[in-house]
Structures are given as structure tokens and as C-alpha cells.
Design a protein around this ligand. Sequence first.
Ligand code: CP
Ligand code: NVA
Length: 336
Amino acid sequence: MNTQLHNRTPLAPDTVPGIFWCSDLISTRDLGPEGVHAVLHLAELMKARPSVFQRALAGKQMVMFFEKPSLRTRITFESGMISLGGSAMFVDQSRSKLDAREKLSDIAQNLERWIDVIVLRTFAHETIEGMARHASVPVINALSDLEHPCQALADYLTLQERFGDLKKITLAYVGDGNNVAHSLLLTCACLGSSIRIATPKGYGCNPQIVADARKLAKQTGARLEFLTDPGAAVAGADAIYTDAWASMGQEHEAKQRAAIFEPYRVNKQLMAEAAPHALFMHCLPAHRGEEVTDEVMDCENSAIFDQAENRLHVQKSILYLLLGGAVRLPARSAHA
Ligand code: CP
Ligand code: NVA
């Protein structure tokens, strides 16, 4: 299979989806199959012709509250919003939880008076749900303990660029059944693709997420498999994905987890069991020498920086769809 950028029909600006798909993005489930397709379609268009959208969110303001550290998510949301003509503010909540000083509903009812969109990275998924319940403006999940929807959308955009038809490929995820695994699973289910998730016993995916993914898969024809054997998961796969063995907030479990997850390390031997063209994928930050070796991180088929780049395009697409951005269409002959 061709792992170079797949040749797809160029998109025309007048194919921009013109309706809202949901009012918040807390879970991939909020988008559903139609919404996931819309985000990816618009992200492709924004990536190909960024100048068309440079005033699309002019005058709109985004605020971000992060309880955990971030490189990619913070920079791509800020840069994405600014490149759409809007503005971005960042509030560092790493020293105290968002609702420690004031009731969440009071914060929400302040923010909605000033701000057009709220982006949250929190420990508890419920904090993001609570903000969305109380604020009348869109709320976006920039990572919680349960999901990382923006990450998985960028990852599937990366797979689509490399392989074209997502229904023909299999992604193998090996490691912890965590927030990233959950969002990959739900995104795969929305897109009718195929995923195999291998986790140690006791570290599998959340049962409610699995049940919801299975329901979506019934609609789309997606194939979802859950295993414990990393070798069986990666056999013949088109891409191998892993993530930290101990996520942010689980640092105190790192030593105990390292012993359990050792057989799930992605190294040259495990990569060799996948298809010869198989990509290596990771949301980053990676813990080199733990869940992945240096030689795999830095190999020719590593797609890690394409994934990071696509965070920008996917989040611009999400901001646009949630905020109902305006696009001034150029003459048909104009180029971005
Ligand atoms: N992948 C990701 O979300 O990276 P950051 O934690 O740096 O934002
Ligand atoms: N599972 C990781 C993802 C980091 C982007 C974490 O939650 O820390």
C-alpha cells in the first residue's frame, strides 16, 4: 500500500459544511459519524487553502483553561484561532483545579458573557461536562482523563492522507486503554474503519466507551477488536499506535505500570510483525525507551510530526464548525 501522501480529489471551497454539527465537543460521540466526516473534510480544505479562512472567525474570542501541561494542544489551539482571525487567551490552572476557587456554574456564567468558546484540559471529564452544562457557548475537550477527541481526529486525518480509504486499513493500538485509546476507538467506529486494541489485563478500555463504540460500529461497519497480545494486534496492521504507560495524573503509578506494560513496548521487532508499509504513531509526548524505542520514533515510517501538524488543521475545523465561521469565497480561479 502507498504510504506517501494519498492523491485525493482537490476540495472546492464551496463544499464547506454550512451547518453546526453539535454545540460542544466533549466526546467524539457528540460528533457522530456525520460530524467526524465533516471535521476531517473541512480540515483537509483548511490545510490546502488556509488563506480562504483567515478572517473566518474575526472578532471571536477563545479562552483555554488547562489543569495539566501541554505543548501541542495549547500552541495549535492558539495558533489555529489566530489564523482564523480570532483571538486566544490561556489560563494556567496547573496549580489549582478549575473549580477550586469558585463554583463551576458561576465560572461558566461569567465566561459566557465575555467569550465565544471555552477550551478545557482537566483531570476529571465531569469538569468539562459541567462547564458545557452551565455555559451557553461551545465547550471543547482538549483532553480529560476519559477522552482526547481532537487528538484522534488529527490522527485519522493523518491516516487518511497516507492511505486514502480508511475503510481499508487497520490501526493497532498497544498499551494503556486510556483517553487516547478511547478517542481512537470512537473515531474509528464513526469512520467505519478497523482497530485492534491490545492492553494488559486490568488496563483495558472503559466499558461504556466500548459499548458506545460498538453501537456506532453497527451503523458504519467498523471492525473493533480487543486483545491482550500485542503481537496478535499488530499482525499485518497498517499502523501501530502507542501512548504513555502512565498518563498525566498517574505519575505515582509509573513504576508499577512499567513492569506490567514492558511486553507492550513498540520496538523494531514488534514493528516487523505489522505490514511492511506500517506507520508508527504516537500522540506525544513520548517516553523514549519506555512505550517506544528511539529507533521506532525516528524511523522513516514514523508519522508523529504529521500527527502533531494535523492537530492545527483539525482544531481549526472544529472551531469553525462550532462557531459557525464565515468564509468569503474567492473567485473559482483564485488559489490560496
Ligand atoms: N498530544 C498532546 O495532546 O500533546 P500536549 O500534551 O503537548 O498538548
Ligand atoms: N494519555 C496521555 C496523553 C497525553 C497527550 C495523558 O493523558 O497524559
